[in-house]
Design a protein around this ligand. Structure first.
Ligand code: ATP
Length: 204
């Protein structure tokens, strides 16, 4: 069982950028977004349950999940949203725990965008928050994605607040500056995590 660092942050804060830096150091990454797609891939228990409830409307022609349709549906029907969360959250949680247990590196990085929102803090031995101010989140997301400022603002408002994330953090990366500055912080944290993981694995 690898020692687990949980990485979180709001939209456009730099989670992927940070995770890529740790991966380049040989650290295994477990990505909640990747797992969330795996649990509804064709042939999965998750997709079968969704089709049993919603019928073929929930499927694309190629048999994959019709994500846009389902998103609309759960947006307008709170009961369906609750049902879907009750179905998928335990599947995702179990797989994340398994993937962390399978990790081969000295510690593993569990990237969970909605760690705070879904109260998943106990999955990690240590919580790392990538922090930027909301204005920077909006600027960087608009530069990256084909979305409107209103859409980004709506997502930001639906997520945990900056302060709620900082309240659960053991460590914080300030990603408001250059990527070189980000590298310096990742290097220091990697060093700390190697030490902590070694101690934890030795039962200190
Ligand atoms: P999301 O939750 O929306 O998937 P994220 O938290 O994974 O986002 P990234 O995709 O890593 O965020 O970063 C958002 C954008 O900001 C990307 O285009 C990335 O290249 C850029 N970026 C990240 N860090 C910096 C930085 N220090 N300086 C400038 N641009 C940055």
């Amino acid at each position: 069982m690898a020692w687990v660092v949980g990485l979180t942050g709001g939209i456009g804060s730099g989670k992927t950028t940070v995770a890529d830096r740790f991966a380049a150091k040989g650290i295994d990454i477990v990505d909640a977004d990747v797992i969330a797609r795996e649990v509804v891939k064709p042939g999965s228990q998750g997709l079968d349950a969704i089709v049993a409830r919603f019928g073929a409307l929930a499927l694309n022609h190629d048999g994959s999940l019709a994500r846009a349709w389902l998103r609309e549906r759960v947006f307008s029907q709170p009961d369906d949203k609750q049902w879907l969360d009750d179905l998928l959250h335990p599947l995702i949680r179990t797989r994340m725990i398994q993937a962390c247990a399978d990790a081969q590196s000295q510690y593993c990085l569990l990237v969970v965008p909605l760690l705070v929102e879904n109260n998943l803090m106990t999955l990690a031995d240590r919580i790392l928050v990538v922090d930027v101010d909301p204005a920077t989140q909006i600027t960087r997301t608009l530069a990256r994605d084909q979305v409107s400022q209103q859409q980004v603002q709506a997502i930001l408002a639906a997520q945990a607040s900056r302060q709620q994330r900082l309240d659960v953090a053991d460590d914080v990366i300030d990603n408001t500056h250059t990527e070189a500055e980000l590298d310096r912080q990742v290097d220091a944290l990697h060093h700390t995590y190697l030490t902590l993981a070694t101690q934890a694995n030795a039962g200190v």
